[in-house]
Design a protein around this ligand. Structure first.
Ligand code: CA
Length: 283
């Protein structure tokens, strides 16, 4: 889950970021009202933690602007003011809750989860692929009857794969989404975490669900034994024509996979094209 924190006190925002990340959330922080509004309008967040007194633009007007743009992202107001009129004003403007500083992080987390559970109808709380089920609010994952014991990072990684099931996600994209960082230099971190995740989520089960698409990344999906279409696409881009011509490999007729031919396998395709693929031509 992605959370945007708009808060100008560095100490508070650092405290929030740390606590939320430890609890498996992805967090963006803006210390200025104008930047905060811009960020909120520019990306899809599951929730916004919004301070009232901010440089540039105050929390009230940010919320007003968001709702005026039709953005229904839940908002939790965070402020030192605890006057009743302020609280009423916030709720009237469409805030989902209101928390007075100083606050205990556990209190914030509880409120935040209540809001997320209530949801705005944009996203289901429970995601399912095959027998894999993820409850995003309660932070629980299971396969069939078996509860999966995941670290916050593993949960986040799995949630990303499940949310975008069927889509091949590159290591760079995964690094950005899960670690909120650019791992260009070391996407090995992603591989290591995927391996650990697989040990818990895939290896003990018949259906593996998490698949490697060589040279591209990872995909989570239920498969009936055939490779992902992307594999055929990849092969078309790679200098494997020689193997096709030599009859060592062949694209499956449905275009969804490759066959490795045994000795004496006929070089049926003549190295020209794969049949039935998603517009793929070899050579
Ligand atoms: Ca402030």
């Amino acid at each position: 889950m992605n959370i945007l924190v708009i808060e100008d006190e560095p100490k508070t925002s650092a405290y929030l970021r740390k606590g939320l990340v430890e609890n498996g959330f992805t967090v963006d922080v803006c210390g200025d009202g104008v930047d905060g509004l811009h960020a909120a309008l520019g990306a899809a967040y599951d929730l916004i933690v919004l301070d009232v007194t901010l440089p540039g633009q105050d929390g009230w007007s940010i919320l007003k602007e968001l709702r005026r743009h039709g953005l229904l992202t839940p908002v939790l107001f965070l402020t030192a003011r605890d006057a009743v009129p302020d609280r009423v004003k916030g709720l009237e403007l469409g805030a989902d809750d209101y928390l007075v500083k100083p606050f205990a992080f556990s209190e914030l987390l509880a409120r935040l989860r209540t809001i997320l559970r209530r949801g705005s109808g944009r996203q289901a709380d429970v995601l399912r692929v095959s027998d894999l089920e993820m409850d995003l609010v309660r932070h629980r994952a299971s396969r069939g009857e078996k509860r999966l014991d995941l670290t916050p990072k593993e949960f986040l990684l799995l949630a990303l794969l499940v949310r975008r099931a069927g889509e091949v996600l590159s290591r760079t994209l995964i690094a950005e989404q899960v670690w909120d960082m650019n791992f260009d230099s070391d996407t090995n971190v992603v591989d290591v975490h995927v391996r650990r995740l697989r040990a818990k989520v895939a290896d003990p089960f018949d259906k593996k669900l998490i698949h490697t698409v060589r040279g591209m990344g990872y995909v989570l999906e239920e498969r009936d034994g055939s490779a992902h279409p992307a594999a055929a696409l990849l092969v078309a881009r790679r200098p494997l024509d020689g193997l096709v011509r030599a009859g060592v490999i062949r694209a499956d007729p449905d275009g969804y996979g490759l066959s490795i031919l045994g000795a004496g396998g006929k070089p049926g395709l003549g190295g020209r094209s794969f049949s039935g693929g998603p517009g793929v031509a070899a050579g």
